[in-house]
Design a protein around this ligand. Sequence first.
Ligand SMILES: [Zn+2]
Length: 453
Amino acid sequence: MDVTETAGMRDTVYGRQGELLDLLIDYLRQPSVSATGEGFPAATQRAMRELELAGLRAEVWETAGRPCVFGRADGPPGAPTVLIYGHYDVQPVGPSDLWRTTPFEPVIDAGRIWARGSGDNKGQHYAHLQAVRLLREARGGLPVTVKIILDGEEEVGSPNLEELVSRQRDALAADVVIYSDGPVDNSGQWCVKHGVRGVLGIGLHVRYADRAVHSGNFGNVVPNPAWTLVRALASMRDDDGKVLIDGFYDDVVPLGEADREALRGLPPDDSTLADFGVAEMDPAYGDLSFQERLAALPTLTINGLHSGDPQRTIIPHEARARIDIRLVDGQRPEAVLERVRAHLARHAPDVVMTQEMGVPPARTPIDNPFTPRIARAMAAVTGQPPLLVPAMGGTLPVYVWNQVLGVPALGIPFANVDENNHGPNENLEVSRYLDGIAISMAVLSELAGTVAR
Ligand SMILES: [Zn+2]
């Protein structure tokens, strides 16, 4: 694919922007709130119809929760298969008085589409759907086989996705997975994201007496659960941020040389700290860069602790904390949970532990065969090579692609950084949507040159 061809794609998209915006606006009018059920089951039928309008053979895949929709359109024989993942469900709208517009009545203003789901995630996966439609129209067919799966319950944690992917492994078989969710880099530059951290939430609870008692009348007599809990927490991490739980780091797969090289090429991100009134990064991690702290290291975070009442002279009867552990490539939630359990059994046997959630991490090495082609396609559309991000700090269920389906998975986010996803006034810049369509057209064309399995 040459540069003229790519420039032609962008011209085609911008030349048809009225139609492309009208279609998206109509799609955004359909509520699809997975948490409450608002808009279901019509939302599922609507998502399936959109796949059909893009030229895919579509079907609904039922799950124990809200259904996924799946579609496929074949490229030439022997062409690689690209699986695109997105989600058609949205977050609840929240307090409506904080919205300047009505969440399911999309408005274009100041160069942005304002609506619930505009950035997260309808506008982003719709860019791929329209790219498929425009490519078929322009070339009479697709350069690669395209499969698209749209999740109906991503915003409630995709509880049934792993089971569905295992069950539909054959239908989903692909050479590479692409997902467009979340925003571009904080600097506003386009990027390719190669992984996410996993997460494990753990509740900790200590209880001795059945009610709080007088700290004078019973001080040194009745044991204090707050001391037990803070000592348990303190036993888990040293002053350099190193987690002291035996075996915690055993399974960590270190970043490869290409990933380290990519990290060095990312813009410094420390400026975002000022937004929170923080002057410096956590000194526990020395001179590690912002990005390296997110991509290369697991965390152990105290999310909250509670015991007693600072206004009364009491010995509390119970103490509670919640911790979360963000996991990096190689770590498994179940294994780490067992190590926390063993640590507590040895150091703080009075602490009762409950697991709240677990999502494995996922990472595709940057020196995979697809990234250079995707980067070239993106540069041809946007005029600038994308940033290559080894892993984001947050968590998405990308492991279902890397680990369950066994396919490299790459994130190409289209949304602006201030998309306000999950909040009021969610929006997507019109130019990001249109560029996203052109990027998808260029990426699918460029991936035709990769060899199918
Ligand atoms: Zn979301």
